[in-house]
Ligand binder design. Structure first.
Ligand code: FES
Length: 263
């Protein structure tokens, strides 16, 4: 599912995270090696690398948090994985800040206590980083799926009118088999155009909450990108598992060139 924190379609968080990982890992290595070999210049380098790593962590965390709130499907297994990723990485940052404070300055030799705190931070960083990788490779967070006839990714925010309807799109806005993610009052819906007209359904797979807007729709069937469940977009019924429950669908009207969805 395409990242909300992206520049011209390129997600920012994955582009920034190699910097804190490299700096923090390098800092631990230089501190340990400096202490073992009695090299003050090495542990001073380690301290400066740790400070650079912490600064880059803050920078990388900003787009990461935007993706956590706006990109990861809510109430999904990906969301709980993203939460664990964030907690572990924040724990790592807290450990490295503590190590830097205990140590004081770059000239001070890292004590066994400082190295132990840094080792704990490194372990948390690796565990959190592993979950971050799973978020991309398994949950396809920040992956911009394209498929034949799928058109460009489309994503917008709408508010419901007093009569309980929202304007989803102009009549010719989407091509056949193209989908559009709509964020409405904290909910996420998908408006899609089939050969027989527009349909709307929940952007949440009934299996583990995968975003259907990030999936594939062909001939009136949408396929979830996470484990391949398929649903009839007109009735919401399951066409293929692993899901065993249908998805929520909405009534759609097309009048005067405007597509409206009744919530
Ligand atoms: S979340 Fe598993 S098939 Fe959709």
């Amino acid at each position: 599912m395409r990242s909300k924190a992206s520049i011209d379609g390129h997600p920012v968080h994955p582009a920034l995270i190699p910097f804190p990982f490299a700096f923090l890992t390098g800092g631990v290595i230089f501190d340990v090696a400096g202490r073992l070999l009695g090299r003050p210049a090495w542990w001073a380098t380690g301290h400066h690398l740790l400070l650079a790593g912490l600064a880059m962590s803050v920078l990388a965390a900003i787009p990461g948090f935007v993706d956590y709130v706006h990109t990861v499907p809510p109430r999904s297994s990906g969301w709980s994985r993203a939460t664990r990723h964030m907690v572990l990485v924040l724990g790592a940052v807290a450990a490295f800040v503590t190590a830097a404070l205990v140590r004081g300055d770059a000239a001070a030799e890292p004590t066994v206590l400082v190295l132990a705190i840094e080792a704990a931070g490194f372990a948390l960083l690796m565990a959190g980083g592993s979950l971050g990788g799973e978020l991309v490779m398994r949950d396809q967070i920040s992956v911009d799926n394209r498929y034949a006839g799928g058109g460009k990714w489309s994503d917008s925010t709408a508010t419901s009118d007093e009569d309980g309807t929202i304007v989803g799109a102009k009549a010719n806005e989407l091509a056949v088999d193209q989908m559009k993610l709509l964020r409405v009052d904290g909910r996420r819906l998908v408006l899609a155009r089939t050969a027989n007209g527009y349909v709307a359904f929940d952007d949440a797979c009934s299996h583990e909450g995968g975003s259907l807007a990030g999936g594939t729709m062909i001939c009136g069937t949408v396929q979830c990108p996470w484990h391949g469940s398929q649903f009839d977009v007109r009735t919401g019924c399951v066409r293929a598992g692993p899901s065993t429950r249908g998805i929520g669908i909405y009534h759609v009207d097309e009048t005067d060139g405007v597509v409206r969805i009744r919530l």
